[in-house]
Every structure is written in C-alpha cells, then in structure tokens.
Design a protein around this ligand. Structure first.
Ligand SMILES: Nc1ncnc2c1ncn2[C@@H]1O[C@H](COP(=O)(O)OP(=O)(O)OP(=O)(O)O)[C@@H](O)[C@H]1O
Ligand SMILES: [Mg+2]
Length: 499
C-alpha cells in the first residue's frame, strides 16, 4: 500500500511559451488537509487540472492508491474519487441545486425516467449534512457564493470523492461564509476525505492544514508539516527571499477634497451615505459583507441608480448617470469581479491594458503603437504580470495575473479618483506589495485612492483613514492617528457598536 491516496510524480506540463509544471511532485495522505501555495502563475491551478483529468501531462505519473492512472477526461478522475471545486465555480445558475449536483450523472428508475423525487431528497440531505438547510428545487443563482460552493462540495461528497481539491475557495466568500467553509473542511476530514487546499491567505493555511507544499515557477520547493512552518519561512519558500515589510505604507499628504457625497440613498441598499475623500490619501472602506460598500461605489460610478443624494468632484456637483460619465470625469473603478466587468477574456493582455484609455493612446486618427508598447511593457514590469508576451490572450493567464491586468488597465488612465474594490483578492504576497506600491505612487502624484477591503491587516496597513460601513450607513470615520485606528474598534463599528 502506498502512503498516499493520490500522488503526482515528476510531472511536466508545457503550454506555448510557458512551462507550467517542471518535474513537479506532491503526495496527499488519506484524510489529511494539504495546503498548496505559490506565487501567481506558479502552476497551482495547472497541477490541479492535471490531477482532475482536465489537462494531460507531457511527462510524469499520477498514482491513485499506489496504482498508476491515465485520466483521459474529468469524468475518469471523478470515477477515481478525485473531485474539485474550481477557482471560478462551475455552477449553472439557472438550474436547480439538484440539477447542478446530478449534472451528467442522473439516477435512472426502471422506467428510464429521471427519479426527481429521489434526487431532490438526496440533494437536500447532502446539503443539510454540510450545514445548509436549503430547498434543492430552487435555482442556484438564488443563493449566495457560499451556498453555490457547497453545491460543488455536495457533488463531490455524494459521489464518494476520496480527495476534494479546492482552488482558492475563500477568495469569493465573506467572513461568515469563510468560517462555515472551514468548519465543512474539518468535517470532511473527520469523514476521512483528504483535502488539497489552495490559498494565498497564509492565516487560512495555518489554521486548517496538516501539511503544506510550496511551489515556485512550476517546481516543487518543499513539503512540510504546518507546525514546522511560520509566516517568514512560508514566504521565503514561496518567493525565494524574505519580505520584511508586507505593507509599505508611505504617509499620505492630504490635499484638496476630490470626492464628496451627501445623503446617497437607494431603496433597500443605501440608507444615507455621506463622506469626503481627499487627494493624497488612501481612504479605506471596511465593513462586513453586505454592508453596502461595493454598492455605494457602484452608485457613485453610475453603474447603479440612486434615489437621491449629491456627488461632488473637486468641489463641484457632478452628474453621473452611467459609468461613461464617471470615466469622463476621471473616476476609475477597479471592480472585484474581474471576469464579469474587468476584462475582455478573449483579447490579448495588451488590448486589455489600454482598454480604459484608448483616447489617451491616440496619435491623430490612429493608435500610437509605440506609446502603447512602452506603457504596456511598463505595466507588465511594475506589476510583475506573468505572461509569455503582451500578445497572450488574457484567458490563458493565471487567476492572479488576470487581476493584475485589471489593475494595470485603470492605472493607465488619467483618472484622479481611483476606487479599488478588493484589489489584492487572489494575489500572492509578493504581488500585493507591488499593488500597494502602485497605490503609494498614485497618492504621491496627488490622486485620491479609495480602497474597499475585507482584509483588516490591509486596511490597517495601508489606509490614511478608514470609513466603516454597516447596513447601508457610515458607522465610523477613523483617522490613522486616532486611538480607534485598530482592529477591535473597526470590527466593533462594523457590528454596529458605538466607539
Ligand atoms: N490554458 C493555458 N494556456 C496557456 N498557458 C497557460 C494555460 N493555463 C495556464 N497557463 C500558464 O501556466 C502558468 C501557470 O498557471 P496557473 O494557472 O497554474 O498558476 P497558479 O499558480 O494557479 O496562479 P494563481 O495564483 O494566479 O491562480 C502561467 O504562466 C499561465 O499563464
Ligand atoms: Mg490559480
């Protein structure tokens, strides 16, 4: 018997212009929670796709219970007991929970008709066992990300997965949902199911994992008991050097008021929002999921309607009816949903990077190719976007590198107000620092930077001032030099407590 339930040996996977895996190996023990970490583009998702039959490796061996297997497609991997919850969920929102769970694997009655009653019952029971009391006949789209993810897990559990792989499962969840997912993962382990857990959040790995494997540039770096690791050791293994300062905060120099809003209201979402943001400062927005932070800025940006309220830019009342009005008045909005609103996936990196500022790159009636080439090369370098070339299609980039392209796209505009919504979600620790440095540069140039973030360390590490929201209202406005500028007080305000 092998020590491992699933093992990958000496595996290489090449894409045009990239070696995504280079002699990579990993072994997962039965019933363990095994963390996998590495920089954006290190090859984590590719490793998963090899293990789940999506990609065929160019070289190497996959062993299940010590026996070599050759997956020709994802179904063969599923049949071998390997299931995966992908970075971008595979849920069909219009279909019911039951349909999503049984997609491609229907239970047949003797009559050869689908036995929906039985399927609904099974779907309900398995969701309940994962702590979700939901009606399985309802469309998945009716539920939040947390439930949709549980549907993917339910699928795996119901079909007897021995290994469930989770690719950055917490990156699209709120705090409560993260807690639930962690409980579920521990519960799965208790049932003897092994978990391969990919995350950029070191705290999660320390909290959850038994062992961790670090990879860099497609290669294996180390596999250790998590108890033998600490933050510094993990980062050192991951990026090949130690990072002394995770938050390179440069003290802002507050300038003139750039954006002010008064009494923004919209039915059911914004109760009454007023605040001002200044040039030369990073204004953090904190709060629980559902506090209305993204909604506030979608409304300011003209993406959602307002019932009432006023918006001022540089002290003058602004009319913003649609995002284009906002862009024309030099407001940039980096959305949290990179696939939905940030990028044109079928287009090259280069095109995406200049997308928000085509006019700025014009020379007479044509685009200035040389200026574009220089700007794009600058973006790729300053954000360390890992891509074979500026002409690579964005869909081919790793998740984190796609996020960096979204950031580059907006930095290339001549905007004065930058709204960053969860800018470092899904980005590795080294690249986070690069994103923070971009923000530092912007405020130094006298721009106004607003950063919505669910990560308290990031809010505390980078903001000059933080506004805390709850249920569509501003609860607190705390300067960096205030006694309340700490995690406890920010959380207290987020939960509705008085400071
Ligand atoms: N289908 C593909 N075609 C071409 N190149 C690809 C493809 N999939 C991945 N790559 C490349 O392989 C490398 C590894 O990508 P992968 O998605 O495995 O990284 P990752 O470790 O998951 O990164 P992240 O943390 O950003 O999600 C990257 O350079 C990426 O651009
Ligand atoms: Mg990935």
């Amino acid at each position: 018997m092998s020590e491992y339930i699933v093992e990958l040996r000496d595996t290489t996977k090449r894409f045009p212009g990239v070696v995504a895996l280079r002699g990579m190996h990993i072994g997962i023990r039965p019933g363990e929670i095994h963390g996998l970490i590495g920089e954006n583009g290190a090859g984590k998702s590719t490793l998963i796709k090899v293990l789940t039959g999506v990609h065929r490796p160019d070289e190497g061996h996959i062993l299940v219970n010590g026996q070599e297997v050759h997956f020709r497609n994802p179904n063969e991997a599923k049949d071998a007991g390997i299931a995966c919850v992908y970075q971008e969920l595979n849920i069909v929102k219009l279909l019911s929970i039951t349909d999503n769970i049984f997609i491609g694997r229907t239970i047949e009655k003797k009559s050869r008709l689908l036995d929906y009653k039985k399927m609904h019952q099974m779907a309900h029971d398995v969701m309940l066992s994962l702590g979700q009391d939901v009606d399985p006949q309802k469309p998945c789209g009716n539920f939040g990300m947390g439930v949709q993810q549980m549907v993917e897990i339910a699928k795996a559990v119901l079909f007897d997965a021995k290994l469930i792989i989770m690719d950055e499962p917490t990156s699209s969840l709120g705090e409560n949902e993260v807690g639930q997912l962690m409980d579920t993962v521990r519960e799965l382990k208790a049932r003897g199911i092994a978990i391969l857990f990919v995350s950029h959040k070191l705290e999660e790995l320390f909290e959850l994992c038994d062992r961790v494997t670090v990879m860099r540039d497609g290669e294996w770096i180390c596999t250790e008991d998590i108890a033998d690791m600490d933050n510094d050791k993990l980062i050192q293994a991951m990026v090949g050097r130690s990072l002394s300062n995770l938050f390179p905060k440069v003290q802002g120099q507050r300038g003139a008021e750039a954006l002010r809003v008064e009494h923004l209201k919209s039915a059911g979402v914004l109760r009454d929002i007023s605040f001002a943001a200044y040039r030369g400062e990073i204004l953090g927005f904190s709060g629980l999921v559902g506090a209305g932070r993204t909604e506030t800025f979608r409304a300011i940006f003209g993406a959602d309607p307002l019932d009432s309220g006023k918006i001022y830019l540089d002290g003058k009342e602004a009319r913003i009816r649609a995002p284009l009005d906002a862009v024309r008045q030099k407001v940039a909005f980096l959305t949290e949903d990179r696939k939905g609103q940030g990028l044109v996936m079928s287009q090259p990196v280069k095109t995406n990077l200049i997308l928000a500022n085509m006019r700025g790159f014009r020379k007479g009636p044509w685009l200035d190719e040389r200026q574009i080439r220089e700007a794009v090369a600058g973006n790729i370098k300053s954000l360390s976007i890992k891509t074979p070339s500026a002409d690579e299609t964005v869909s081919k980039l790793s998740g984190g590198n796609q996020q960096k392209v979204v950031i580059g796209k907006w930095v290339n505009t001549d905007a004065e107000v930058f709204i960053f919504d969860e800018p470092t979600r899904g980005i590795d620790v080294g690249a986070k620092i690069e994103v923070y440095n971009v923000m530092n540069r912007l405020v130094k140039e006298g721009k106004c930077v607003i950063m919505i973030s669910s990560e308290l360390p990031e809010i505390l590490g980078m903001s000059d001032r933080v506004i805390v929201m709850r249920e569509g209202r501003v609860m607190a406005d705390i300067g960096r030099d205030s006694v309340h500028f700490n995690a406890e007080d920010i959380m207290k305000a987020a939960w509705g407590g008085a400071l």
